[in-house]
Design a binder for this molecule. Sequence first.
Ligand code: SF4
Length: 531
Amino acid sequence: MLGVEDDSLIRKKIRPPRNLVLVMGDQLDANSAAFDGFDPANDVILQMELREEATYVPQNKRRIAFFFAAMRHFCGDQRALGRTVFYTELDDPENRGSFVGELQRRFAELKPDGAIIVLEPGDYRVRAMLEALDLPVEIREDRHFLCSREDFAAMRAEDPSMILETFYRTMRQRLRILMNGDEPVGGQWNFDRDNRKSFGRKGPPLLPPKPSFKPDAITQAVLDLVERAFPDSPGSLARFDLPVTREHALAALDDFARYRLPEFGRYQDAMAGGQPFLFHSVLSGPMNLHLLNPREVLDAVLANPGDAPLNAVEGYVRQVLGWREFVRGIYWQMMPDYAELNALSADLPVPRFYWTGETDMRCLHEAIGHTIHHAYAHHIERLMVLGQFCLLLGVRPYDVHRWHLSMFWDAIDWASLPNTLGMSQHGDGGVMGTKPYAASGAYIDRMSDHCGRCRYDPDKSIGDRACPFTTLYWDFLDRHKERFARNLRMRGPYFNLAKKDEAELDAIRQRAETLRRGLTAETFLSEPNQL
Ligand code: SF4
């Protein structure tokens, strides 16, 4: 049971409502534009747990449970406010299982006089389904974001090659965040150079415990349901402790601002064995479900209760005000064609071991292990380990996005696609980043403690102990010389490549081909149900 009343009791009492306010799993904000003019006496809320949404890509059990648990708590909160909610549970025998089917069933059952009111969806696929519906639908702007789709389009019309940094500075000026008059606080727009420290030999300093939210009866019912309904989905529900209510989300935000923000900046690119979270906020999940508003996240970080240095505060502001908004703007400007982009003509599927973690490459074993057990890996693991290996190997960018969407509890289409296909795989040819995020094993060695415990040597590109990242890195530069050699930001790597003689390059090419062939044989399968 969800909350105050179940649907059968509500159905007996209700006359046809005026409007049906549809609240999707990533729109859990009772103050959103969908509720403007909401009249509890005449309007009703509709929420739906759908098998289609939980399976259109294979999904980590934790991700499914996070969505359903947050949706059920939202429903309970709305009912406690006296609002009528029609909530379709996944295993309701009448649940049609698909977005369109269930919406049509509820519309026919409730016969609203007005329309289905809904916020603009976060996923192009869902928007297309809504627009194709043969029902009255009113789609309202999503005020959650700090830059509207129209504003972003206008900025890009003025500067078609607008990069993140330009966008971010404009947003800082517009919203007067970290500004001293017309100048950035501290005299610099970004402090990236201070934010690349590794933990060194001593390893990470004492880490503050990550906030943990014990499942209540509602969440426990969801965990049981997910275990029962999706036994073959990847991931694990063991020790599930995600923030599934607004109160949880606010507590997680406060905890980050107080205890982890101070070290977040300098260590934001560092990695350590057995440490999935380090000083990261882990707030993207609650933000993406709209349990937290980015404005309140910025306010909490700018209030700076933990007395964090400016490089940490600015680094986090850039992620929320810059990167997150930029990614969303690009998604909506460039979909649906964006999903098809494949600038480097990469055509391999995601390696099989991405679903299991069974690899002798220590860095990948660690990052995939974090992903399988926690449905989480922090941004540098996603970009420079998981994403980078696919980039160097030549995996289809859209498949990397699908894997990302399948495995992380915070993944959502508008955020994942530009981050994976664009930023990490360079599939968009330079919209998200003017150069590919490619580096040899030496980078991973510098930023982590993985290489010392690995059977490979990050400095070697040929021979039995050659690090696959290093081999594939030189091979990547060689294969894409035409495209990148004249890129000013790639001058250093191509200068070093030019120092290699033909015999060494040949050996690298051969080893890269052997690696690719080895992985493409039986070990390459796309999705967990093929394991
Ligand atoms: Fe990863 Fe290479 Fe380092 Fe092994 S040696 S951990 S494969 S970067």
